[in-house]
Write a protein that binds this ligand. Structure first.
Ligand code: IMP
Length: 200
């Protein structure tokens, strides 16, 4: 069975295929089918955005479609950058992740250590051609450091000190990150529901 993943992000495709390949599902990306589409993430929550992307790509292709949305929620900033994590600094160029981290450090500079709690969140959605849908969410908890540490990963990883590790996401081995991440946790719950959906 073929399933289309509504992303061209290599990291995400690898993580999602590692799980779904076990179920005998063959994943395709948008570029695999030559579809060049950028769905506007106009939702106010990760759940709305994941469903928005999956529904739009299903409507165009008629395939089973999986989409996700993720980001960083900082408690001292009332959950920001949240759904705007990718666009937080307003830059869209190649160095946008670095600009986002710079802005976060600046906004957090007067926040004391005990109030720097944060979490990464992912929501994964699947939309079937017959209209059935499922969603799964996952989190990883930690706190925002005062400077960048580590070189692995992407996005906010070098600022996010993971609970229980005392290291940033960017210091963890990729295999460790991939086993404890918000995306891994969402995928665990997604896998169970997706199996049931395919069998029903
Ligand atoms: P999206 O799910 O591709 O829209 O991701 C939104 C943004 O959230 C990314 O551009 C990153 O800035 C941030 N983000 C999502 N997942 C991670 C992660 O695992 N590590 C670091 N940053 C992340």
């Amino acid at each position: 069975m073929k399933v289309l993943v509504a992303t061209n992000n290599k990291h995400k495709l690898e993580e999602i295929s590692a799980i779904l390949n076990k179920m005998g599902v063959e994943l395709q990306s948008l570029s695999d089918i030559g579809l060049d589409i950028e769905v506007d993430e106009t939702g106010e929550t990760f759940l709305e955005n994941a469903l928005l992307k999956a529904r739009e790509v299903e409507a165009i292709t008629g395939s089973i479609v999986i989409a996700d949305d993720s980001g960083l929620e900082v408690m001292a900033l009332d959950g920001r950058p949240g759904v705007n994590s990718a666009r937080y600094s307003g830059y869209s160029g190649i160095d946008k992740d670095a600009k986002n981290r710079e802005k976060l450090l600046e906004e957090m500079k007067n926040v004391p250590d005990e109030k720097r709690n944060a979490r990464f969140c992912t929501v994964i959605a699947a939309v079937m051609p017959d209209g059935r849908e499922l969603t799964a969410e996952g989190f990883v908890y930690g706190r925002i450091g005062r400077a960048e540490v580590g070189t692995n990963g992407f996005g906010y990883d070098s600022l996010f000190i993971v609970d229980g590790y005392d290291k940033t996401m960017a210091e963890l081995d990729p295999e460790v990150k991939n086993s404890i991440s918000h995306r891994a946790n969402a995928l665990k719950s997604f896998e169970i529901q997706f199996r049931e959906l395919l069998q029903s």
